[in-house]
Design a protein. Structure first.
Length: 386
């Protein structure tokens, strides 16, 4: 976190760090770490609804990762409010250009006819209301699932609490499945306001899920190395490795399907997103795609690599890095323009968010016993074998 503060001070003293670059960095990290947290939260809800037994011994890991959600959403909300204020003052130095007051005034240099057509959905009050309601309910339901889980370990009559958690998880999955699409449009697609995609929400959904699972793997291996998860064995890691492999392949499919479809149809409103990124962010664009698809596909296909902590850590960290590059590609071209900006400032903000993320997750993990005591499927999970 200290490096993040240094980066902010550096930006304040350096006139080359514009307000747009400041908020773009905050949005980039806010999205990336929020998606990890909400991906782990979705995985938690999925285990309840699927009545999965194997994952019980690692449930404290995804519960801990879910605790960062309020902090990540706060960063995103701060960027939205900053754009609202800047837009009210008709400043061009904002992230979401559609919030400029003059953007919907005919004859203005910033006028965009697409905004007039999208105005019924893409307007400031509606976006803020959606963010507050969706984000607030996400936090409430995720906290409820974790709270009920912790309470289950404090009583012998834990079955009612488990079934209550199952009901909350079922509601969360349905609600999240709908609202995640809205947030994908509001937070990411709205950066490039003239671009639209019906597949991008599902693409981001897989990104959240995948980065959440990888974070669960890394946290589980770290805690197990400390000797605090004696019941976690190679069979549990194999299952998590299977999730990482499957979601990586699905990510590659969604990425290529969207790209290929747009390339084939060549509709200007759709290819504008890819054209800017291929022409001006070419190396990052193609390296990110090739590594994200090929490395898991080649290395993690065998049974042995899914059970080997070195492969899980190495491939998992590489995927997280390239998914951060993917997030960089979502945000930067539409905010800072066609010239990539990356330096000590962006690195410092990233390290600051990493420090905050680890502090929040590990602090909340340390507050409760990492070994689950009461759960209907605990014995099944302890003796899980593939």
């Amino acid at each position: 976190m200290g490096l993040g503060v240094i980066a902010l001070v550096y930006g304040a003293l350096n006139q080359q760090i514009s307000g747009t670059r400041f908020w773009a960095s905050i949005l980039l990290e806010g999205l990336f770490f929020t998606f990890i947290s909400i991906g782990a939260s979705f995985f938690m809800a999925l285990q309840y609804v699927a009545q999965a037994g194997w994952s019980v011994v690692v449930k404290r890991m995804y519960e801990a990762l879910s605790t960062f959600l309020p902090f990540g959403l706060l960063a995103i909300f701060a960027v939205l409010i900053a754009s609202v204020i800047g837009g009210h003052n008709d400043s061009s130095d904002i992230i979401y250009k559609w919030m400029q007051k003059s953007a919907t005034i005919p004859g203005s240099p910033a006028y965009d006819e697409f905004l007039v057509k999208k105005g019924a959905y893409l307007n400031i009050p509606f976006v803020i209301i959606r963010t507050v309601i969706c984000g607030g309910l996400w936090i409430y339901m995720v906290r409820m699932m974790r709270k009920l889980s912790i309470e289950s370990d404090l009583t012998n009559d834990f079955l009612p609490l488990h079934f209550k958690s199952l009901k909350v998880a079922a509601v969360f999955i349905v609600f999240f499945g709908v609202t995640e699409q809205l947030m994908a449009w509001d937070w990411v697609m709205a950066i490039d306001v003239d671009w639209h995609s019906t597949l991008f929400g599902w693409y981001l959904f897989d990104d959240m899920w995948l980065t959440g699972v990888i974070s669960i793997i890394l946290l589980t291996l770290y805690v197990r190395k400390k000797g605090l998860l004696p019941n976690v064995n190679e069979n549990h890691m194999h299952n998590l490795g299977l999730w990482m492999f499957a979601l990586s392949v699905l990510w590659g499919y969604l990425w290529f399907f969207q790209f290929m479809f747009y390339w084939y149809t060549d509709i200007p409103d759709e290819v504008v997103y890819f054209q800017a990124r291929i022409d001006h962010y070419r190396v990052a664009f193609w390296v990110m795609f090739c590594i994200n698809l090929l490395v898991p596909l080649i290395i993690m296909m065998t049974r042995d690599t899914k059970r080997n902590s070195k492969y899980l850590i190495g491939v998992g960290c590489l995927i997280l890095i390239t998914h951060w590059i993917d997030a960089y590609i979502w945000v930067m071209p539409g905010t800072l323009g066609l010239k990539p900006a990356f330096g000590p400032y962006e690195i410092g903000v990233l390290l600051g968010f990493i420090g905050l993320f680890l502090y929040v997750v590990l602090t909340n993990l340390a507050k409760v016993p990492v070994a689950v005591k009461n759960h209907p499927f605990l014995e099944e999970s302890i003796h899980h074998h593939l």
